[in-house]
Design a protein around this ligand. Sequence first.
Ligand code: ADP
Ligand code: ADP
Ligand code: ZN
Length: 214
Amino acid sequence: MMGIILLGPPGAGKGTQAKKLTQAFAIPQISTGDMLRAAVKAGTTLGKQAKAFMDAGGLVPDEVVIGIVKERLAEPDCGKGFILDGFPRTIPQAEALDRVTKELGKEIRFVLSLEVDQNDLMERLCGRRTCTGCGAMYHVKFNPPKAEGKCDKCGTALIQRDDDKEETITNRLANYNKATAPLLDYYRNTGKIRSVMASGEIDAIYAAIVKILR
Ligand code: ADP
Ligand code: ADP
Ligand code: ZN
């Protein structure tokens, strides 16, 4: 069971690395951010609950996020493993994940801690561009698409996420330090944490992760 948690601040490269891993290991990426954005777009009850928190760069309440992850992990494609990207983000979420994995007979194998200099995160997030068609991520400077504003993989126009604005980013980084960074201590004694230096080339970071997993 290859259950993996990608832990790291907004902009650390969780989504970028998760997308590469999901292909190589044939296990799904479970991104709570992507699922919440899809719910907002579809205008569901869940989306309505989550929108204001997301717009402000705050965290969506634990019970809401825990509910969606619990349902998602029970789906058949998570049978061989899964990559959690952006969950857990609080201690109560980590505790809930422990309960849920146990109930479902699943196990977290590695907690990959993506470590990036705090000063780099703002630049990464301000320059991030996202494909609304296939979810691929780009960066105007560090990982530009071949044709400006267009996804290499599916040709859809790229957008800048509403919450990738300086003021909202500041809130998200503050929330990370307050609510999510303590998870490193939570997992410290489990023997599952692996530090990954996540500055530098995307492919070099990916290679370092694969080395840990194999
Ligand atoms: P990033 O890529 O910047 O880390 P995400 O796409 O993971 O951002 O999340 C976007 C927003 O969705 C967060 O700012 C937060 O409002 C909400 N969100 C995502 N995952 C969680 C979670 N596990 N707990 C609470 N809120 C979440
Ligand atoms: P997260 O999911 O952790 O918020 P993303 O994977 O969305 O992070 O990456 C944030 C931004 O930084 C994106 O624009 C992405 O293209 C870019 N990025 C990802 N990895 C790197 C890297 N190693 N060096 C420079 N930019 C990167
Ligand atoms: Zn695309």
